[in-house]
Design a protein around this ligand. Structure first.
Ligand code: ZN
Length: 356
């Protein structure tokens, strides 16, 4: 069921504080310019979101759903411009393109569909076979990727600090999961509900990568966006679920600001009230629960989080403690109130200071 209220939203993988740091700290004018151009576009999107009118969804974009269990992908190119969706590069079932970004987007959308279908019998973003559309080569040196409520959009990155944004499967999974969250829980994109919205996207983005690599919880890197930075940057990734606040520490980007515990909750009006910052706390709780449970993280911890997202008791304005309580309740329903699963989830939230 598509929630129209939340359709006109833009969810970017990069928070504004990273781009602002580049605009302030970089010694290279082209880098500063690319960061400022990205910031300016993103802030236009944000004002349009507030006004409720992001101009998306041209009539010729693919809309007819696929049959259950089969996906329908179309990859477009904006060819350096900002018109969506752009020129068709690759359609479902067609041979690979000579454009590496087109194939990465196609494969990433496919892996995300397969993850949700094979594990949760979820038929695309809306569980009704929504076609998966993506536009690559958006804008000039655009340093971001976003989900606009109808499709994915990828920039090429500036090549100096950021690689192309199609490179990381967890980034693609993160963005498409914003569509799932919109559809199921509609978590408001600010303050704690917004940080939960961001965290759910990181959780499933990471699980989609782990599922693709068939990694158990102890083997996974628990990073978001590993490989997105060029080798010049001192950093592993955009975020770390295992150790929030340690993903990067670089003269141009500054230091990863994520807290891992409630005592370090960041109070700010920037970044929609720190949605990409305080997501470190629920991210770390998920990591702790998944590693306590062991095995494939999507099988137990992932299922508990997914069922929580679908639970009617999860309201759009839920904060961390409400969400935590629901995960424990859902774990109890799935595995038993006194099960080791319910205990592991409860203990994880205690360790990050959300539950006492
Ligand atoms: Zn996001």
């Amino acid at each position: 069921m598509c929630t129209r209220v939340h359709r006109h939203s833009i969810f970017c993988i990069l928070p504004p504080h990273i781009l602002r740091a580049i605009a302030t700290n970089s010694a290279q004018q082209p880098e500063r310019e690319a960061a400022l151009r990205t910031l300016s576009l993103d802030s236009t999107f944000r004002s349009l979101r507030l006004a409720g009118g992001i101009p998306t969804g041209r009539p010729h974009i693919a809309r007819l759903g696929a049959e259950e269990g089969s996906k329908q992908r179309t990859i477009y190119s904006a060819n350096g411009h900002q018109d969506l969706p752009g020129e068709i590069m690759r359609k479902e079932g067609s041979t690979p393109s000579s454009d590496v970004a087109a194939n990465e987007a196609y494969d990433g959308l496919g892996s995300t569909y397969d993850f949700y279908w094979e594990n949760f019998a979820r038929h695309s973003i809306d569980d009704e076979g929504m076609p998966l559309n993506a536009t690559i080569h958006y804008g000039s040196k655009y340093n971001n990727a976003f989900w606009n409520g109808e499709q994915m959009v990828f920039g090429d990155g500036d090549g100096a600090i950021f690689e192309r944004f199609t490179k990381c499967l967890d980034v693609i999974g993160h963005e498409l999961t914003h569509g799932v969250t919109q559809d199921e829980a509609g978590l408001i994109y600010q303050f704690q509900p917004g940080a939960l919205n961001e965290s759910v996207s990181d959780v499933f983005g990471s699980l989609i990568k782990q599922f693709q690599l068939k990694q158990t919880a102890d083997k996974a890197d628990w990073l978001i966006g590993a490989g997105l930075f060029t080798s010049r940057i001192q950093g592993k990734a955009l975020r770390s679920m295992a150790a929030p606040g340690t993903a990067y520490d670089d003269p141009t980007l500054g230091k990863d600001p994520q807290p891992a515990h409630m005592r370090n909750l960041v109070r700010t009006f920037e970044d929609n009230g720190g949605v990409h910052i305080n997501s470190g706390i629920p991210n770390h709780a998920f990591y702790l629960a998944a590693t306590k449970l062991g095995g494939y993280a999507w099988e137990k911890a992932g299922r508990i989080w997914y069922e929580t997202l679908k639970d009617a008791r999860l309201r759009p304005n839920a904060g961390f403690s409400r969400f935590a309580k629901l995960t424990v309740s859902v774990a109890g329903r799935l595995y038993g109130a006194t099960s080791s699963e319910a205990k592991a989830v409860g203990d994880a939230w205690k360790e990050v200071g959300v539950r006492t």
